[in-house]
Design a protein around this ligand. Structure first.
Ligand code: RTP
Length: 150
């Protein structure tokens, strides 16, 4: 299976609650590689572009307001099957449907405050990485640990 990249974001509630390290830890200890990271207080326009597929949904204005309420931590993680596996680590969109052991299943109860975002396909990951890291790009580096994980 080819190595993929996915866009993972700690949402404003995850930042406010001090869950950034916990979320990074879960991806790191699983064996995925961090190849880009930054903190951003995203503009309404930027967030409307990120969530453009949801425009028209009743919760869209509240979603943009919530996402614009404070800084987020934007990350790119790399590794085998990381798009799908990243969504597994996050848990279901509605935390009440998320299994214990997932990030949302362990730390959230409200779909409107679900702590984190993860790309839902390889194609959307490419678009989201370009949107959030277009000018900065990602880092390429080798890790000694990969010989033990893969
Ligand atoms: P995300 O993009 O944040 O990873 O979430 P997702 O793909 O699992 O879910 P999606 O349907 O794309 O929804 C994006 C975000 O919108 C908020 N939401 N609120 N009924 C509601 O109030 C509702 N439904 C969705 C959540 O923050 C969800 O993560």
């Amino acid at each position: 299976m080819a190595t993929e990249q996915t866009y993972i974001m700690v949402k404003p509630d995850g930042v406010q609650r001090g869950l950034v390290g916990e979320i990074i830890k879960r991806f790191e200890t699983r064996g995925f590689q961090l190849v880009a990271l930054k903190m951003v207080h995203a503009s309404v326009e930027h967030l409307e572009e990120h969530y453009k597929d949801l425009k028209g949904k009743g919760f869209f204005p509240g979603l943009i307001k919530y996402m614009n309420s404070g800084p987020v931590v934007a990350m790119v993680w790399q590794g085998k099957d990381v798009v799908k596996q990243g969504r597994v680590l996050l848990g279901a969109t509605n935390p009440l449907a998320s299994a214990p052991g997932t990030i949302r299943g362990d730390f959230a109860i409200d779909v409107g405050r679900n702590i984190c975002h993860g790309s839902d396909s390889v194609e959307s990951a490419k678009a989201e990485i370009a949107l959030w890291f277009g000018q900065d790009g990602t880092i390429s580096y080798s890790r000694a640990v990969d010989a033990w994980i893969y």
